[in-house]
Design a protein. Structure first.
Length: 282
C-alpha cells in the first residue's frame, strides 16, 4: 500500500501551494494507504512550534486525515551518523566558501542557483574558518556507478547528481545540522515512504537523493513531482512574498473542504495557474 508524506517547514505559514501539495499527497495515498505528516523543524531560530500547531489545524480544515511521524528535530543523531559514514568513505570535504565567492566563481547556473565548482575539493581545510561539508559527487558516482529513478509523471530517469554539483550535506551553522538533501532522504527511508510527492521545483534534487540512497543502502521509493501553483507572472507561490496564508482563509470563515475540492478539480483562485517551468523538470 502506498505511503506518502507532507513535510512542511514551520518557518512561515502554509499557503495555497502547500494546500495543493498536501491534497495531492493525501489523495495519492488512497483509502488503503497512509498519508504522513512530518514537521521539518531544523531551520534554526526560524523554526516555530506554534506554526506546526497551525499546520495541523490547516490540514484538518482542508478535510485531510494523517498520521504524524517524529519531527526532524528528534533525528539529529541519525543525520550525524549518516554524515560520519560518508566521511568514512572519503566522500565529504570541508568547504568554507561564502555564497558571494561561489557566485563569483561558478560558471553554471543550476536548479538551485550557481553550481559549486569544487573549489575546496582538494584544498586542506582551515580549522579557523566555519565550514560546511560537501558531497564529492564525482567520487560518489565512481562508487555507485549509473543509477536510475522513476517519476510517476516523467517516467524513468537517469540519475544526474552532477547537475547540482557538490551539494552541502552538513551546514556551517550548528543549529541547522543537516541540509534538506540529507535530512529528507534519511527521513523518507525511516518513515517507510514509498511514494515521495512534492513540487516540480524539487525534481532536480531527486538526482542527489537517489545518489544518497545508493551510498547509504536506503530503500528506493518512487516519486511524483506535481505541477506548482504559480502567480500570474509565472512565479511559484512563496512564503517570503506574502502569498495568502491558509490560516487567514480559515479564520475568515472560508470552507476548507470546498477549497480542497476546487484544487482537485483544477479550479484555482483568480490569476493562479499550474506550471512546471519552475525548477528542472523535463
Amino acid at each position: 500500500m502506498p505511503v506518502t508524506r507532507f513535510a512542511p517547514s514551520p518557518n512561515g505559514p502554509l499557503h495555497l501551494g502547500h494546500a495543493l501539495s498536501a491534497v495531492v499527497s493525501h489523495d495519492l495515498a488512497g483509502p488503503d494507504g497512509t498519508f504522513l505528516l512530518r514537521i521539518e523543524d531544523i531551520d534554526g531560530d526560524r523554526s516555530r512550534a506554534d506554526l506546526a500547531t497551525t499546520f495541523r489545524a490547516d490540514l484538518a480544515w482542508l478535510g485531510l486525515r494523517w498520521r504524524e511521524v517524529p519531527a526532524q528535530s528528534t533525528r539529529i543523531a541519525a543525520y550525524r551518523a549518516a554524515a560520519d559514514r560518508l566521511r568514512g568513505l572519503g566522500l565529504l570535504y570541508s568547504c568554507a566558501c561564502t555564497r558571494s565567492e561561489i557566485a563569483a566563481s561558478a560558471t553554471i547556473i543550476g536548479a538551485e542557483g550557481p553550481v559549486y565548482p569544487g573549489t575546496c575539493r582538494d584544498r586542506p581545510p582551515d580549522p579557523a574558518l566555519p565550514a560546511a561539508w560537501r558531497l564529492d559527487v564525482p567520487a560518489a558516482l565512481r562508487i555507485t556507478g549509473p543509477l536510475t529513478w522513476h517519476d510517476a509523471l516523467a517516467g524513468e530517469q537517469q540519475a544526474r547528481p552532477q547537475l547540482l554539483g557538490d551539494v552541502v550535506l552538513v551546514r556551517k551553522d550548528p543549529s541547522t545540522p543537516a541540509s534538506y538533501h540529507l535530512a529528507a532522504t534519511l527521513d523518507d527511508a525511516a518513515d517507510g515512504v514509498t511514494l515521495v510527492t512534492r513540487g516540480a521545483d524539487l525534481f532536480a534534487a531527486t538526482h542527489i537523493h537517489r545518489l544518497l540512497q545508493a551510498l547509504l543502502d536506503l530503500p528506493v521509493p518512487r516519486w511524483h513531482h506535481h505541477a506548482l501553483l504559480a502567480e500570474p507572472d509565472g512565479r511559484k507561490l512563496a512564503k517570503r512574498r506574502g502569498s495568502p496564508a491558509l490560516a487567514d482563509l480559515r479564520l475568515a470563515g472560508e470552507d476548507g473542504r470546498a477549497l480542497a475540492r476546487s484544487l482537485r478539480d483544477g479550479r484555482f483562485p483568480a490569476g493562479l495557474h499550474l506550471t512546471r517551468s519552475v525548477g528542472c523538470y523535463p
